[in-house]
Write a protein that binds this ligand. Structure first.
Ligand code: TXA
Ligand code: MG
Length: 299
């Protein structure tokens, strides 16, 4: 049996399959099977109130998950799917509250990685899939990262090489005609605004800057210091003076497709502190800044 048939077979038996997407690796379970969802949450270590994204193979399949698809949703799906955009829509009645964290909305996306699409089409159903890391940790962008985090708890790992985008999808609430970005990601604010011809605000960036309210997430074990590029050397020197083992990241290390691998490498090298240069907050840089701030955690 080839890997894909094994994966499909496994999903039908309520198993868990890790698969590559263009953003990060996902940990997939049949979104229609309670037993599979229960195991997914257990392995992920995720609170049941935290919703997961439903991955599907076509716009039609996404519509089948939703109750009403706005004009904005229609246009964005047409332009960006398959691709790194997740749309939050009103959920169809069949979509389990286990997937939505008890809410009446569901997040759906059609990923563009060929192996993800092959899996979704061969399986023929919706896959609930969070990133294939333990809750709160750095997302995996290679099959080795998945093995390092979840080995033994996942039935099949499909290896599609390193993820090309490297940060998660953009999550956009399209339940109204004035969509709002809930998480910056692989599709940029500029691209969304160009398609919709209207401002598309990022929700929550203000509160993320409020000291103490920043949730620690996407975090390596090392402490992360994010500073303007010109201050990197001084920040590193100050940490070294305190005796800390410091890993300095370069501008290339914090490009989206390198970011998570760089943070993981810092942990492997035993760094206590990671000093990272803050990228410009535009285009994909917005997603990188968001993840670095979350990795840095509340101060
Ligand atoms: O790129 C991605 O989106 C990756 C790949 C595997 O597709 N997936 C991913 O999933 O990042 P996860 O579970 O790590 O993050 C999903 C995010 C969570 O922050 C969750 O709160 C949000 O999506 N989300 C899911 N359903 C939602 C809903 N109905 N309303 C608002 N946010 C939702
Ligand atoms: Mg995640």
């Amino acid at each position: 049996m080839d890997d894909l048939s094994e994966a499909v077979d496994c999903l039908r038996r309520a198993g868990l399959v890790a698969f590559p997407t263009e953003t990060v690796y996902g940990l997939g379970a049949d979104a229609r099977l309670d037993a599979a969802l229960e195991r997914l949450y257990r392995v992920k270590g995720r609170p049941g109130s935290h919703p997961v994204i439903v991955h599907v193979g076509s716009v039609e399949a996404a519509k089948a998950c939703s109750e009403g698809f706005s004009t904005a949703a229609e246009r964005l799906a047409g332009r960006f799917w398959p691709g790194p955009l997740t749309l939050v829509v009103r959920k169809a009645a069949w979509v389990s509250e286990r997937v939505t964290g008890g809410q009446d909305s569901v997040a759906v996306r059609v990923p563009s990685h060929p192996l993800a699409l092959n899996l979704l089409r061969a399986f023929g159903g919706p896959l609930a899939a969070p990133s294939a890391n333990r809750f709160g940790r750095v997302s995996p962008t290679t099959a080795d990262h998945v093995r390092a985090d979840l080995d033994g708890d996942v039935d099949v790992i499909l290896d599609g090489g390193p993820c090309s985008v490297g940060v998660e999808s953009t999550i956009l609430d399209v339940r109204t005609e004035s969509p709002v970005i809930l998480r910056p990601g692989g599709v940029t604010q500029e691209e969304l605004e160009a398609v919709l011809g209207q401002p598309v605000p990022v929700q929550g960036t203000e509160s993320l800057r409020v000291s103490g309210s920043l949730p620690s997430h996407y975090a390596p074990r090392a402490r992360v210091d994010v500073v303007p590029e010109k201050d990197v050397e001084a920040a590193a020197a100050a940490q070294r003076a305190r005796g800390a083992r410091v890993k300095v990241l370069t501008a290339v290390d914090v490009e989206a497709h390198n970011l998570y691998a760089s943070l993981r490498r810092a942990d492997e090298e035993g760094a206590a502190v990671v000093v990272a240069p803050l990228p410009a907050e535009e285009g994909l840089g917005r997603a990188v800044v968001d993840r670095l701030r979350r990795a840095a955690g509340p101060r």
